[in-house]
Design a protein around this ligand. Structure first.
Ligand code: MOS
Length: 721
């Protein structure tokens, strides 16, 4: 089905099931330990052997030699695979560096071997016996030092920024920095691989089944249809599992060499340098305005680093669309660094971009003597500022900010910083706008009605803890007029139709739209079986009504059931309109007047993100993202060893993220919104929006509390005193 005219009234609009705060249907399995994660699969046992990865101890250079003798002779060892004996390996389309390095080393902790043994302990012990002789060469590891040696995307310029900025009545020019960050998901990268002849099955933990299947096949040099990926439960990804990673490849190679199913999990201390991370940025923002606060010029330049084939962090993306202004310029630069691979992490682009832009907006408002919300509202735009004939499909940013102000008690904020005290705590309130694009991706599904009246949905969509199972079940229930307990949802299997996958906050809207499309076909097939047109048949309460007759839905299924499959394809409205989600983030902090310790006191997010398919799972997404925003503002930072080229704090003890005690109160409000240009679901996504803007809102609250402006994240005590 092609989505090429605005969504009209359809069965989803009944909102009998969709839009309801249904508990996550996988929640029970996860809470009771019966959801099977990648490392826990037993189906292929066949007694799996264990693979333990060996990772490079240098950041750049060559392996001169590897001495495997002792390791091979160690107890229980079945095989050792290195680049030398792995056969010819390709590289997946989406991988920047090879997943099995050697002799060339591209980054620290790049995998260079997998040791397969009868037990995990034997594999680990043998791995420690491998002697590697390296020839290290100098690399570049310092973004600040490399900032001038760059390649970049073409700059986006509109009007005459260079002329308009210096001519502006009020000018603002500041530079902000954000650090390298880690996804730090709970479940590590893990895979169990088994070969059956020339066919490979891999139980893994991956957000994008079709990408992973294709890239694993390409890396192994085998046809894509020979690779079967299974990933029904995922313990978090945040972008770190968008792409094929070393665990899956090492398990496949280990299983081939040992002629046994092999399990590989990346040990936590390897995850951060072996996997991907969100690259650090340096961002210069210039804003020029007239004396009334109307922006006349806005410029945003961002520098980030990556490996040779990597991409820059698109931290300037939101600046092209968030505020009006006739003269504009963004520039996105990439410095070549030899650190591990930078790649997508929750809201890539906007998350770090807004950490800078939304402090700048706060600073500029103060310079203009304006309220920060009034300043933003004055510069709101309902059209793409670069292409004014392209409107936003729905844009309620001002409404988000106004409602947030009212609910949060913005009028109690003292605009003069450092004035409000509660005992030893300095109290501050801050806000920021939140923005994240709402992309869509083609998404297919198969639905089957069986003679017991159960509707089964199959799609390779994943649920990374987000609620995909639940909203897909709600969609099918609404479309087929059955209760939720009559819907079975099967996800995360490459044998199912190819979905949008979980990424870029496109999953919820795209994947449910794919299920919608398949259900439309199923309704047609059922009607056809009755010799009717599908609009002559009503689907409700587990029954179908054809005017004069009502019968149980199950009764038309027949012995073999009725199956329908379709994909939703998008395109048109993403070109003719800007589809995006908006938020107003509000924060109250206390800052200890003696120690500068920061405590979050209250958080509020008001979100406008199309129809909310399930307010409970959507809220969970937003509060999780808000928590991540606290981490970004106050704690998270990968410390770079600028001599040896790696992230020093590569475990969860030293890479700090917020815990429950850090987050006392969170509130989320969703504005009533449906977007007929987004999909027949009229929905968008919220999983990334919830993070976008939070960091800056916290930094702005800290400024309001203390009068200290920190422009270098994370905002830690040493930067405030
Ligand atoms: Mo998201 S960073 O596209 O998983």
């Amino acid at each position: 089905m092609k989505f090429d005219s605005p969504a009209t009234t359809n069965p989803i609009d009944q909102l009998k099931v969709v839009g309801k705060p249904i508990d996550r249907i996988d929640g029970r399995y996860k809470a009771t330990g019966t959801a099977t994660y990648a490392y826990e699969w037993r189906e292929a046992t066949l007694a799996p052997a264990y693979g333990y990865p060996v990772a490079a101890g240098i950041a750049k250079g060559l392996i001169r030699s590897m001495d495997l003798h002792e390791a091979k002779a160690a107890p229980g060892v079945l095989a050792i695979v290195t680049a030398e004996n792995a056969g010819e390996l390709g590289k997946g389309e989406k991988n920047v560096a090879k997943l099995l390095g050697g002799p060339q080393i591209d980054h620290y902790h790049q995998a260079i071997a997998v040791v397969v043994a009868e037990t995990f302990e034997q594999a680990r012990a043998a791995a420690a016996l491998i002697r590697v002789d390296y020839e290290a060469v100098e690399g570049s590891y310092d973004l600040a030092g490399m900032k001038d040696k760059v390649r970049g995307n073409p700059d986006a310029e509109v009007g005459d920024f260079a002329g308009a900025f210096p001519a502006a009545a009020v000018q603002f020019d500041q530079t902000y920095t954000t650090p390298d960050q880690s996804h730090a998901m709970m479940e590590p990268h893990a895979s169990l691989a088994a070969w059956e002849g020339d066919e490979l099955i891999v139980w893994t933990s991956n957000q994008m089944i079709n990408w992973g299947q294709g890239d694993l096949a390409a890396t192994l040099g085998i046809p894509q249809e020979k690779v079967h990926l299974v990933s029904p439960y995922i313990g978090g990804g945040f972008g770190g599992k968008l792409f094929l990673r070393a665990d899956a490849l090492l398990a496949a190679l280990g299983a081939r060499a040992a002629r046994r199913p092999v399990k590989v999990a990346l040990p936590r201390p390897l995850m951060i340098n072996n996997g991907t991370h969100r690259p650090a940025t340096i961002q210069r923002i210039r804003i020029g305005a007239d004396a009334d606060g109307r922006i006349t010029a806005i410029g945003h330049e961002s520098w980030s680093g990556n490996l040779k084939d990597g991409e820059p962090e698109n931290a300037t993306d939101q600046t092209r669309l968030l505020y009006a202004g006739a003269n504009r310029m963004v520039a996105t630069r990439l410095a070549l660094l030899d650190l591990p691979e930078g790649n997508a992490m929750r809201a890539p682009g906007e998350a770090p971009g807004l950490m800078a832009l939304e402090i700048a907006m706060d600073e500029m408002a103060e310079k203009l003597g304006m309220d920060p919300i009034d300043f933003r509202a004055l510069n709101d735009t309902q059209v793409d500022p670069e292409k004014p004939d392209r409107p936003f499909s729905k844009r309620q940013l001002v409404e988000c900010m106004r409602m947030g102000a009212e609910r949060f008690g913005w009028n109690r904020r003292n605009a003069n910083p450092g004035q409000v005290r509660d005992g030893r705590w300095l109290i501050g309130i801050g806000m920021a706008a939140g923005y994240r694009g709402a992309p869509v991706m083609t998404s297919a599904a198969r639905v089957r009605l069986d003679s017991d009246g159960v509707v089964t949905v199959e799609t390779d969509m994943t649920d990374i803890g987000t609620g995909s199972y639940t909203i897909i079940a709600q969609t099918a229930a609404e479309m087929m007029g059955v209760s939720l307990d009559k819907v079975a949802v099967r996800l995360g299997d490459s044998r199912f139709p190819v979905s949008a996958g979980s990424g870029g906050q496109w999953g919820a809207n795209s994947a449910t739209a794919g299920v919608y499309a398949a259900c439309v076909k199923l309704r047609e097939a059922i009607a056809r079986k009755l010799g009717l047109n599908s609009d002559a048949v009503a689907f409700a309460d587990g029954k179908i009504a054809t005017g004069e007759r009502t019968m149980p839905l199950a009764s038309v299924a027949g012995g073999e059931g009725i199956v329908a499959e379709d994909a939703m394809e998008f395109g048109k409205f993403n070109e003719s309109s800007v589809q995006a989600t908006f938020a107003g983030h509000f924060i109250e902090v206390g800052v200890d007047a003696l120690t500068a310790e920061v405590r979050i006191r209250r958080m509020l997010a008001v979100c406008a993100a199309g129809r909310i398919l399930n307010p409970k799972t959507a809220r969970s997404q937003v509060i999780g993202a808000m928590t991540m925003g606290v981490g970004a503002a106050l704690m998270e930072e990968l410390a770079v060893d600028k001599k040896r080229g790696f992230f020093v704090n590569h475990d969860l003890a030293s890479y700090e993220v917020p815990v429950h005690a850090d987050i006392p109160e969170q509130e989320v409000i969703f504005l009533d919104e449906t977007d007929p240009l987004s999909s027949p679901m009229k929905a968008k996504g919220v999983g990334e929006l919830g993070l976008c803007g939070v960091g800056a809102a916290i930094a702005n609250a800290i400024y309001n509390a203390t009068g200290v402006r920190v422009r270098d994240y994370p905002v830690t005590i040493d930067k405030m005193i």
